[in-house]
Design a protein around this ligand. Sequence first.
Ligand SMILES: Nc1nc2c(c(=O)[nH]1)N[C@H]1C(S)=C(S)[C@@H](COP(=O)(O)OP(=O)(O)OC[C@H]3O[C@@H](n4cnc5c(=O)[nH]c(N)nc54)[C@H](O)[C@@H]3O)O[C@H]1N2
Ligand SMILES: Nc1nc2c(c(=O)[nH]1)N[C@H]1C(S)=C(S)[C@@H](COP(=O)(O)OP(=O)(O)OC[C@H]3O[C@@H](n4cnc5c(=O)[nH]c(N)nc54)[C@H](O)[C@@H]3O)O[C@H]1N2
Ligand code: SF4
Ligand SMILES: [Mo]
Length: 724
Amino acid sequence: MTTAHRTCPICDSVCGLKIELNAAGRVTRVTGDERDPFTGGYICPKGAGLGQLDEDPDRLRHPLIREGDGFREASWEEAFEAVERGLGEVVEKHGRDAVAVFFGNPTYHTMAGFLYRVPLIQALASKNVYSSGTIDHMPKHVACGHLYGDPFAIAVPDVDRTDYLLVIGANPMESHGSLFCAPNMPARLRALRKRGGKLVVVDPRRTRTADAADEHFFVRPGTDPFLLLGIVHTLFAEGLTAVTHEVAGLDELRELVAEFPPAVAERVCGVPADDVVRLARELAAAPTAAVYSRMGGSVVEFGTITQWLVDVVNVLTGNLDRPGGTMFTKTAALEVFRTGQPFEWGRWRSRVKGLPEVLGELPTATLADEIETPGDGQVRALINIGANQVVAAPNGPRLGRAFGGLDFMVCVDPYLNETTKHASVILPPPRILQSPHYDFLMQIVMVRNYTRYSPPALPLDDDQRSEAEILARLTLIAAGAGAAADPSGVDEMFIGQLLTGATQMPGSPVEGADVAALRAGIEGDDGTEQVLDTLLKFGPYGLSLARLKQEPHGIDLGPLEPRLKELLRTPSGKVELAPAPIVADFDRLRARLAAPTPDVVLIGRRQLRSNNSWLHNVASLVGGSNRCTLHVNPVDVARLGLGERAVVRSAAGEVVVPVEPNDAIMPGVVSLPHGWGHEGSPQRVAARNPGVNANALTDDLVIDVPSGNAVFNGVPVTVGPHED
Ligand SMILES: Nc1nc2c(c(=O)[nH]1)N[C@H]1C(S)=C(S)[C@@H](COP(=O)(O)OP(=O)(O)OC[C@H]3O[C@@H](n4cnc5c(=O)[nH]c(N)nc54)[C@H](O)[C@@H]3O)O[C@H]1N2
Ligand SMILES: Nc1nc2c(c(=O)[nH]1)N[C@H]1C(S)=C(S)[C@@H](COP(=O)(O)OP(=O)(O)OC[C@H]3O[C@@H](n4cnc5c(=O)[nH]c(N)nc54)[C@H](O)[C@@H]3O)O[C@H]1N2
Ligand code: SF4
Ligand SMILES: [Mo]
């Protein structure tokens, strides 16, 4: 028996786990690591099921190469050679833009996903870079990029010290927080109320978070900007603003909101004007307060305006960058990246629709256009890393058909599923317990400064490759160096770039130092560890890999402290309250006021015992509340004459789904979880309980314009009874 202490890699909560393994390396028990100073022993059912997930017999163990309609197992050498040939032919005939790369959600959690993203993009030199960012959080990056000049300057609610938390379109009791890393959210929210604080939730569903709150408001999907504008209007009208930072655009903002009083909010959102006024007064009067919004205010038609308004309210009430308000984390390993030019976007545009690049990416919603539309620069090959777009992207089935028409597609993925079935080659990463873990990106949004490294708990077998090696080899192939090149060269180049950058950065602890001498001091068993060591050594806490290895339960680095001044990177040096590209989007917002309200709209929901598309093959997690059903208010069930199953139609497609009458959802709104639709899947448990693909209904023609982000919430649908 051995015990491994590791961070759970599934969601943003970064729970420390205690994993007991028998002599054969099988997981016998998973519990929370009580000695983790940040996560304190908290664990959810997904973490407890990590052993089954990791030992899933349907997980791929060997590379697969397409043969006719199926696949055959292949050696790694053969698989990498096939990738070199497949990508090489496309680049030679059609140029580099003909190869697209896509980074899915798990690449935001794995070390390899973080470390090889930039090298791979640089090596590929294609403008067709995509990620799950544009089906998720791009509106927040764009809002913060314009407000603060740094798209990664994302302030998190200081939940442990705040007196008032307004949650708009997020359900942290079930999602465990997102862009808001605060393990054991239930206890934190309970503690908030116990110390006399107030929790208010705005959501078209009375969620578990709403149940845990003092107050809950139903809101019509997609209309939150009008609610927030009503709040800002009140703050100005009643002289309640208390700005503490140097800001630009205050007068313009005041003028902009003049036409959106609380009465407009009442008409459009369905939240009474008196309540909007009261919310504004309460936010202003609370000793400290924080407004927070996620998917309900992000994957919507006005995602960027909504996310911008969230921060605007926090700035206007004096709550940005102070304890109890919303605050910025000081990361252990990423501060070196928090420099450089102010936020830029639109440096190039997508070929077919002319959509602007954001953070070096094009919108996922236009990937199918780029694959299907003939002409110079048409996408003909895809490098797909940890993404299941057929069930995750808007109008996923269209994207699936487009994938079927590609000349070549390589997937780095542990599963054969709805998306990877279109691959020419599948390269499976090893098990979670065989991989190192360090949360690079989650650090940016932690409610306390903290760090923890988990080395692999189990060694690789001879016939396995680490995900780092897989991505390093893809990088070398993309660079034209070939399938047989030495993958450690990629790490060396990255370390070299980091060291050179650090020695040239004014004020860095190693400014002017000798790069070779610094390199000699970098430690680690492999390239991944050495890059981590490099980043930690140039971080603000004087940490190192060796120190992290001595502290397997993690290290508390103290409470968040005000630091906006260090992060602010706008050309004006001020917080830009009325950025021109966001103000320009108000024309679209005004047009929305005149548009008719659809009879029924669709929204999503996350489920506690599920995670996007890839946890439905774990028997212990499926069933009960974790089923793919359509939540419909009983009033609508009667009005629409629904029986056991309903047919739901949208501009994009149609699904037939079991109806679950539920008075927690507001009339006129129906909810379907995403990530399902596993009919005929080779994942045997998932196939028995397939559910339907919510993204057969979402429309890739509708986007949040400033960010190019997809719209999953507020999709107009018709719902009727299904006659079997
Ligand atoms: N258990 C579990 N945890 C997860 C995941 C999972 O699949 N399962 N996924 C992870 C990922 S990738 C992410 S991005 C996060 C997301 O984390 P959250 O954003 O907290 O999760 P969601 O359930 O999508 O919450 C969005 C809420 O917005 C509401 N909503 C929908 N439309 C609107 C609207 O127009 N206005 C308002 N005000 N509310 C609206 C929905 O009813 C829902 O309650 O969760 C992460 N954690
Ligand atoms: N309708 C609707 N659609 C949505 C959403 C919604 O709320 N509503 N939410 C959106 C959001 S927020 C997100 S983040 C996306 C998520 O969608 P995706 O980015 O597609 O992410 P996942 O479904 O989590 O997993 C993608 C793939 O990663 C693989 N995988 C698992 N572990 C690893 C690993 O360690 N390495 C590699 N290389 N691969 C791995 C899985 O097998 C799976 O095939 O979905 C989006 N789609
Ligand atoms: S909340 Fe659950 S899934 Fe998320 S990190 Fe913790 S144990 Fe893992
Ligand atoms: Mo996400």
